[in-house]
Design a binder for this molecule. Structure first.
Ligand SMILES: NC(=O)c1ccc[n+]([C@@H]2O[C@H](COP(=O)([O-])OP(=O)(O)OC[C@H]3O[C@@H](n4cnc5c(N)ncnc54)[C@H](OP(=O)(O)O)[C@@H]3O)[C@@H](O)[C@H]2O)c1
Length: 255
């Protein structure tokens, strides 16, 4: 929270955004694909609100004074502390953005294990990070977009697991499928305001894949296939995927 408080209180950081037409809200920007997305957004001078835990990492990475970044601390696995949503609202509500881009990226593959062996609190955390947090973020963003007469573009970082049952990933598959349906329903409710795109980034060389490769076969029967993807050099670099996604955001921004 220190980083967020410092940026909030810093004259100029938010107020300078008044003349900006677009803002990006991204969840899970401290590692993996999200961190590459954030790096690419900032190198293109796009005002960005990053939501995640361990945001002090962003201060170390980008410097605490970076002009276009506001970082909001949030553990998305906890559904009881929603101060981050109120902070997000404060960042957006008084500005004159014509477009809000929500990059729903934070994700957690855990619990990895067969259904009968997963603990209830692990299943709850998975649903909180992979489904409830995207719903809460979208709910706040659409309300503000309506109030600002702005467009809301949702880029849902989805997965093949949203369509295909993968033994050992029941909570992740279910939440990813649920998020997809949730965003499609959102778009159907607000056709004049909301555009939703689902992005399956492919198999990425990130911490999530490392966790998958480290799973015991009894918990994740296909583990050898994922070990082979890494050893055969078939994982995609997240920086390449991030560059494609940011290029598509830039091409659709209001001039
Ligand atoms: N990796 C793949 O092969 C693959 C394939 C298809 C889809 N995806 C999707 O791509 C997206 C990015 O995944 P990735 O591969 O970059 O994974 P990653 O390296 O594990 O990064 C996940 C991000 O989500 C954040 N996160 C996780 N739990 C959180 C929590 N409780 N509160 C706040 N933030 C939390 C992480 O924060 P911390 O830095 O604090 O951990 C991190 O920034 C996910 O939606 C994933 O489902 C990945």
């Amino acid at each position: 929270m220190q980083f967020a408080q410092k940026l909030f209180s810093k004259k100029g950081v938010i107020s300078r955004w008044v003349r900006m037409k677009s803002v990006v809200v991204i969840s899970g920007a401290t590692s993996g694909l999200g961190n590459e997305l954030l790096r690419t957004l900032l190198s293109n001078h796009i005002p960005t609100i990053a939501i995640g835990r361990r945001i002090d990492r962003l201060a170390q990475q980008f410097g605490a004074d970076i002009q276009n970044l506001v970082a909001l601390e949030a553990d998305l696995a906890k559904s009881t502390d929603l101060q981050w949503l109120r902070n997000l609202e404060m960042c957006l509500e008084t500005k004159e953005f014509r477009q809000i881009v929500l990059l729903s990226n934070a994700g957690d593959i855990n619990p990895i294990g067969l259904v009968g062996e997963n603990a209830a609190d692990e299943m709850e955390k998975s649903l909180n990070v992979n489904l409830l947090a995207p719903m809460l973020l979208a709910s706040t963003c659409v309300r503000l977009a309506k109030a600002l007469c702005a467009e809301l573009l949702v880029l849902n970082i989805s997965s093949g697991a949203a369509h295909k049952p993968i033994p050992g990933w029941s909570a992740y598959c279910s939440a990813k499928a649920g998020a997809r349906m949730f965003f499609d329903t959102l778009a159907s409710e607000y056709p004049e305001t909301v555009v939703v795109r689902h992005i399956d980034p492919g198999v990425l060389d990130t911490a999530m894949q490392r966790q998958i490769r480290e799973s015991p076969p009894a918990r994740f029967p296909a583990v050898q296939d994922f070990i082979a993807l890494k050893s055969d050099g078939r994982l995609k670099p997240p920086s390449l995927v991030a560059a494609e996604i940011v290029a598509s955001i830039l091409s659709g921004m209001p001039k």
